[in-house]
Design a protein around this ligand. Sequence first.
Ligand code: ADP
Length: 256
Amino acid sequence: MNIESFLCDGYCIVVIRDVTLDKDLVEKQKKFVSNISHELKSPLTAILGFLQILKEEKEYNQVILNYMESETIKLKDLVLDILEVSKLQSYELKLQKKTINLSWLLLKICDENINLKASKFNISINTNIQDGISLIADEDKISQAIVNLLDNAIKYSNPHNQINVLLYKNFNQEILIEVKDSGIGIPENEVCYIFDRFYRAKNALSIGGNGLGLTIFKEIIEMHGGRIEVASKVGQGSTFTIILPQENLAGESESC
Ligand code: ADP
């Protein structure tokens, strides 16, 4: 509590300000900066170490160069994700909304992910996508959100697992996108934290990641007026459901 008093026209005016929220914000900022520093430090330290070895060996070493390349890519992805989160959370970003064919978009994203990522681990993606579902949305952002979800479903699955992707409307005419995997699952007491910046569940720490994908995902879905449901069991898998309102498709495209 912050209390100030002053005299005005013979009256004593007392201003009481609750600064709990300010303190919370400062704490959150501190934690954010400390998390970023930690995440940036690890790949940078690795790159510096590899450079040192290369200098000492004084010769071309393909293995070390490959390590350095993958650490640099991690670093670049991390910086891009940090920039994306800060853009989304600062309300700087304007959505470029137009009517999109969600059924077609979802099929396209699944096909690309099967070819690029899932097939490498012998993971199959099954789709059950209702035809002709349209949505007024920012196509790039909605694609980014769905890709983040599929990336996780693939990353946290075991080889030869199956991922199911569904698109349908419920009786309220809301649009539902379901991504269901049978991978490692999320501990029950950690589900509430997975959308926090940099949060990674204990059972995921041995798998690569920076804990920003779901933060970006959640911001994008909420910017579209949607909500998210998660059901998960350790060792059995996770289902993420995006629920989007059906907007008036007769309306003009808009920027907001
Ligand atoms: P990360 O880069 O760690 O994957 P995310 O923000 O995308 O970051 O996810 C946050 C955390 O949520 C992950 O570290 C993991 O613990 C958990 N998680 C997300 N998706 C899944 C999934 N499909 N299966 C199991 N755990 C998941």
